[in-house]
Design a protein around this ligand. Structure first.
Ligand SMILES: NC(=O)c1ccc[n+]([C@@H]2O[C@H](COP(=O)([O-])OP(=O)(O)OC[C@H]3O[C@@H](n4cnc5c(N)ncnc54)[C@H](O)[C@@H]3O)[C@@H](O)[C@H]2O)c1
Length: 356
């Protein structure tokens, strides 16, 4: 493949603010088509980005044989179905997280991937952050060499704050009504808990996905305990991730920046990282590497590339993997584990409350 020809579905906030500007400035690909249910918005975004073709919905676009791949950022309740349709139409797919909000949906998408022989990458941009890459490299190296002793503990703290960081990307808006986007949760979840479940999952699917990756745990993850507040959002969840105790701390704070950090402990040191506000372009996570014991050094190693944006590197990875055939770093199969864990957490929490 010379240049990857991409069809983009949904031109809302993430498309205009993040993915279309990134794709439009990548030499390795071309956005050949756009599909948007709101025609006036579609026309305006098409014109601004100079996208040759516009389709009224994703099904119409999927018949376009000139497209090599599809990228999707639509409402979370429907984008999994769009991705599934695209796979079944023979296209490779990039989609925003979450892939699914129930295991049933996740498995239907995985089945479409198997049946079609096409591939789906899920937008977990934290795995493409240069700072998080440095953390993973260091953790992997210490585990392989044993130089810092055994790995003992990991934690991710995510209280949020302002994730948009004053993003100043031009943004077309419209008076056209937002299309219907039904949200179907897991069959066992009482409907009155659906919005709390979605709120928790939408935010923390990133954090669980990141922790699993840093610890190389894959699907080897077990829930140890759940201690959530009345709102089903704030609290502490403890996992066993590949034999390591890993803690997720969740909650809210009205912070002007972004309160998220992750720390992996070894007997003789730690690797600690602070996430940037997500939409702050060109700023990777900060990293601190502490060697304890006889050495006693604390380094603020600068990730490389020094100025880089996780979302851009994520899309570059998608296009490069399509060209090379190399596996994606954030696959559909891998994120099934995140979906499973959210179902398990809420089952335990609702069980504690006597709801289930
Ligand atoms: N990775 C991240 O950090 C991150 C951050 C924010 C949002 N997201 C995810 O991105 C997704 C999109 O969020 P957003 O804020 O851009 O939403 P949005 O509502 O601003 O935009 C979605 C667009 O998709 C269009 N659409 C819906 N169904 C469609 C269909 N069948 N065909 C064509 N167009 C369709 C809508 O008209 C709308 O314009 C969500 O699923 C969300 O979970 C990810």
């Amino acid at each position: 493949m010379s240049s990857i020809r991409i069809g983009y579905v949904g031109c809302g906030f993430m498309a205009q603010g993040v993915h279309l500007p990134n794709l439009a400035t990548m030499a390795e690909c071309e956005v050949l088509a756009l599909a948007e249910l709101r025609p006036d918005l579609g026309r305006r975004v098409q014109a601004r980005f100079g996208i040759p073709r516009l389709y009224p919905d994703h099904q119409a676009m999927l018949a376009d044989a000139d497209l090599d791949a599809i990228a999707v950022s639509a409402a979370f309740g429907v984008q999994g179905q769009i991705a599934r349709d695209a796979l079944l139409a023979g296209k490779d797919v990039f989609m925003e997280k979450p892939m699914a909000i129930s295991l049933e949906q996740a498995d239907a998408i995985l089945e479409a991937e198997r049946a079609s022989g096409r591939r789906l990458m899920v937008g977990y941009m934290k795995r493409y952050d240069a700072g998080n890459e440095l953390v993973k490299e260091t953790v992997d190296a210490w585990r392989a060499s044993g130089e810092q002793g055994a790995i003992t503990y990991a934690r991710n703290h995510g209280f949020g704050g302002n994730w948009t960081a004053g993003l100043d990307a031009p943004m077309d808006t419209t008076d056209e009504p937002m299309p219907e986007a039904p949200v179907v949760g897991p069959a066992w979840l009482p409907p009155e808990y659906l919005s709390a479940y979605i709120g928790y999952l939408q935010q923390y699917t990133h954090n669980i996905n990141l922790l699993r990756w840093l610890l190389g745990a894959g699907d080897d993850v077990r829930l140890r305990s759940v201690d959530l507040d009345e709102d089903g959002y704030g609290g502490v969840v403890v996992f066993d991730m590949g034999g390591v105790r890993a803690v997720l701390e969740t909650g809210r704070i009205s912070h002007y920046r972004w309160d998220e950090h992750t720390q992996v402990y070894f007997r003789d040191g730690w690797v600690h990282t602070w996430a940037p506000p997500l939409l702050l372009r060109q700023v990777p996570a900060e990293v601190e590497i502490y060697h304890a014991s006889d050495r006693q050094t604390m380094a603020r190693t600068i990730p490389q590339p020094v100025w880089s944006w996780a979302y851009r590197r994520e899309m570059e990875h998608f296009v490069a993997s399509l060209k090379s055939g190399e596996p994606f770093r954030s696959t559909a199969q891998d994120t099934r584990t995140d979906v499973r864990l959210f179902e398990e957490i809420y089952r335990v929490w609702l069980g504690q409350r006597g709801v289930l």
